[in-house]
Each structure stands twice: as C-alpha cells, then as structure tokens.
Design a protein around this ligand. Structure first.
Ligand code: HEM
Length: 405
C-alpha cells in the first residue's frame, strides 16, 4: 500500500486520484490532523452523509467555514427554515424564469465574450472565457451594474481563497473578512434601491419573494448574493474549463460532440463525475456515527471527498476513464438528483443552481464550438488541473480556424 500523501501537500494538489484510490481501498475513514477533520472517500459513505436520512449530520461547520465571508446563508440552515428559504430562491433557477428571463442573458454574455477572440484563431479558454463568463451571468441576472464586474470578480476570487484556505493562512482569512464588509457596503444600498423600484431581475425576485409569510431581509439577500457569486461563479468556471480539457484530450469524443450537440449534456455529466469542480464538502457529525467501520465522534468535522467518491470502482466501471458514452451514468442528464455523480451533492442542500449551471455550460460549449472550427490544444500543451478544494485547469490555450466575418 502506498503511503497517503497529505491532502495539503503539493503532490496531492498535482494529482489527488492515486491518493484517493489508496484511501478508498485501505483507509476509507481517516482523521486528518491539520484540518482536524475525518476524511471520507468511498461513494457509499459520501452519499450517506449528503442524503442524511437518519439526521446524523449538520452543516454547523459552515458557521466557521463560510459565515465570516458570506454571513448567514441557506447552506447554514436546516429543517423548516431551510425548506422555506429554498422555496424562496429556487423558482428563479428553473422553469420559465430560467428559460425566458435568464437564458437570453446567458446567451448574450457568451456571445460577447467569444466576440473578443473569435477572429484571433487562438485563445486561452480559462482566462479568456471560463473564469469570466459565470460571474458576468450572475451579475447580469441580479441586475447589477456592468461597470462593477471587475469588482465582483475580485471579491469572488477572495471568497474562494477563503473557502479553500484549509491551511489557515491568516492573510487569506483577513482578506475574506474584508471582502464581506466591502460586499455589504456595496450591496445593501443596491438592495434598498431595488425594493423601491422592482424590476424583472433576480434581485427584484428575491426582494419580492414570500413563502408562508416569510420574506428575506436585506442582510439575507446580501448573504445569498455573496454565496451566488462564489457558488455559481467558481464552480461553473471550473466545469466549463474541465469539459473542454476532457474533450480536447479525447479528440474522438470532441469530434462526436462537434457532430451531435445533444451529447454536450453527457459530456457535462461525465465531466462532473470525472473531474468535479468541487472536490470536498464538509459536514459536522450531530452524534457519534459509524462510517466504513470506523467511528466519528459527535461534533467532529467530516470532509466528504467528492473527487474520490466519483471514481469509486464499486460504483463505476473503469472509473479513471473519461467516457461520455459510459452506461453506468444512470440518467442522460447532468443534474439528476438520482445521482450519476456527487458533484452537486445530494439531499437538502443539493445544488439549487444545477439547472442554471447546465444551461450555462450547454450554451457556452455550443457557442464556442460554433465559433472555433478545427478546435485543438495549442501545440505541445497538456492541460493540468490544480486545486484541492475546487479544482480545474488553470490554463487552456487552444487554436482554431478564425472567424472571417
Ligand atoms: C449548493 C456544486 C453551480 C448555487 C451546491 C453544493 C455543491 C454545488 C456540491 C452542495 C454544498 C453542500 O451541500 O454543502 C456546484 C457545481 C456547480 C454549481 C459543481 C457547477 C457546475 C451553481 C450555480 C449556482 C449555485 C450556477 C447559482 C448561481 C448554489 C447554492 C447552493 C449550492 C445557492 C446551496 C443550496 C442549499 O443550501 O440548499 N452546489 N454548484 N451553484 N449551489 Fe451549486
């Protein structure tokens, strides 16, 4: 059995998958000293923690993990309080709102970004598109001032650094808390103005939403918007980059998707399984619990290793192979709660933005493929992923036949 590298080591950040396999096989429950948390790596354990059928797990860990940057969000809530809050925000992320109000926003932002490089014949799909597109979409959905987009991007980058600060760097922590103040100073006046003049945007919908007599306060809405920038920005960014990295390194599958665009959905689902944007999500044990034959004490933090669960050989045939045609993805779509993968988690906190993410990825991949005939990686470049908490390629230089019009 090979030794387990520390999850905070550079070797792990470079390639966690070998370590995940060793953990699943020989140490499916281990206490990790530096983060003082129990690492859970098998599909069945991660699934059980997320589904939480017996009420054994809470999200109380988010009180210290995200409260300092976002304030109190839907992720910290449970029971009826969570159900009501979820009902307040969920309609904006599906159905008619998504199709009629927000799909045009998604399509326009994709087109405008692609127009900045479609004539060049070369681009970095990460810096030139993936890291910018989802934040632009969310800010536009909320109806925020386009002139402030660079600030949103800077804020969300600081927040993500805070969330991924597993080693506890005090400067990263302080920057995250400063961001919370700055975001509040920006957002609260915008929310107050919007309440006085409701429009057709997401922020207005959040101001007006009411379920069982409950409405969101200015502080609730500000915290939710802060969460949206991070939860919907970083994740979708990594998803788009990873879909392209996976297809570009499997040219026969890229050719199939170019030919038949209905396969984008499967490429997205398989990407979420094979290279999920979020590799770890934490929970807290409400009571002492048994997991994979070991015991987790009450109140302990549990780190669910999604990146490992999604490669569990007891769940997937040849899990280390990227194959959008694989038959052990039970559904054909990327967001099914029946869980082809655990990239969106499961249970009550299952990603509320899953359909929005799918619409963004589908639109982006479709438009990029249209604009980039002959798409290939730049000569000699091999995509490499990075990141322990969120993970994806940092650079994706490509070449293609430039648009003439
Ligand atoms: C929840 C992943 C896109 C908003 C989650 C969770 C995961 C996740 C793993 C569960 C967190 C937990 O249980 O602790 C992803 C991935 C995405 C994505 C991989 C892209 C591929 C989005 C988008 C939005 C969004 C586009 C909205 C703009 C949220 C919110 C929650 C959440 C608000 C909390 C739901 C709740 O607590 O009930 N997401 N997400 N996500 N996501 Fe996403």
């Amino acid at each position: 059995v090979s030794p387990l590298p520390d999850i905070l080591s550079p070797a792990f950040a470079a390639d966690p998958y070998g370590a995940y396999r060793t953990m699943r096989e020989s140490a499916p429950l281990i206490h990790h000293e530096a983060t003082d948390s129990y690492l859970v790596s098998r599909y069945e354990d991660v699934e059980r923690v997320f589904k939480d059928k017996a009420g054994e797990f809470t999200t109380d860990n988010y009180d210290w993990q995200i409260e300092p940057v976002h304030g109190r969000t839907i992720l910290q809530l449970s029971g009826r309080e969570h159900a009501v809050r979820r009902a307040l925000v969920a309609p904006a992320f599906r159905g008619a709102d998504l199709q009629e109000k927000f799909l045009p926003v998604i399509e326009r932002n994709a087109r405008e970004l692609i127009d900045t490089f479609r004539h060049a014949g070369e681009a970095d799909l990460v810096g030139g598109f993936a890291t910018r597109f989802p934040v632009l979409v969310i800010a536009d959905m909320l109806g925020l001032d386009r002139a402030d987009h660079d600030r949103f991007h800077a804020w969300y980058t600081t927040v993500i650094a805070f969330l991924g600060n597993l080693a506890g760097d005090p400067e990263v922590a302080a920057a995250g808390e400063r961001t919370r103040q700055e975001f509040a100073a920006y957002m609260i006046p915008v929310i107050r103005q919007r309440r006085d003049a409701l429009g057709d945007d997401l922020l207005s919908a959040l101001c007006a939403a009411e379920v069982d007599g409950v409405r969101m306060s200015d502080e609730d809405i500000k915290a939710f918007c802060s969460l949206l920038l991070a939860a919907g920005g970083e994740t979708t960014d990594k998803a788009i980059a990873s879909v392209f990295a996976n297809l570009l390194t499997h040219p026969e599958q890229l050719a199939a998707v170019q030919e038949d665009r209905s396969l984008i959905d499967r490429a997205f689902a398989e990407t979420l399984r094979y290279t999920p944007p979020v590799h770890m999500i934490m929970r807290q044990a409400a009571t002492e619990v048994e997991l994979s034959g070991g015991t987790v004490p009450a109140d302990a933090t549990i780190t669910c290793l999604i990146g490992s669960a999604n490669r569990d050989e007891s769940r997937y045939h040849e899990p280390d192979r990227f194959d959008l045609f694989r038959t052990d993805l039970t559904s054909t779509n990327a967001f099914s709660a029946a869980a082809d993968h655990l990239a969106f988690a499961l249970g009550r906190h299952f990603c509320v933005g899953a359909l929005l993410a799918r619409a963004e990825v589908e639109t982006a991949v479709n438009q990029l493929l249209d604009a980039m005939p002959g798409l290939r990686l730049a000569d000699g470049f091999t995509p490499a992923e990075q990141g322990v908490f969120t993970r994806g390629p940092q650079l994706l230089p490509v070449r293609f036949s430039p648009a003439s019009g």
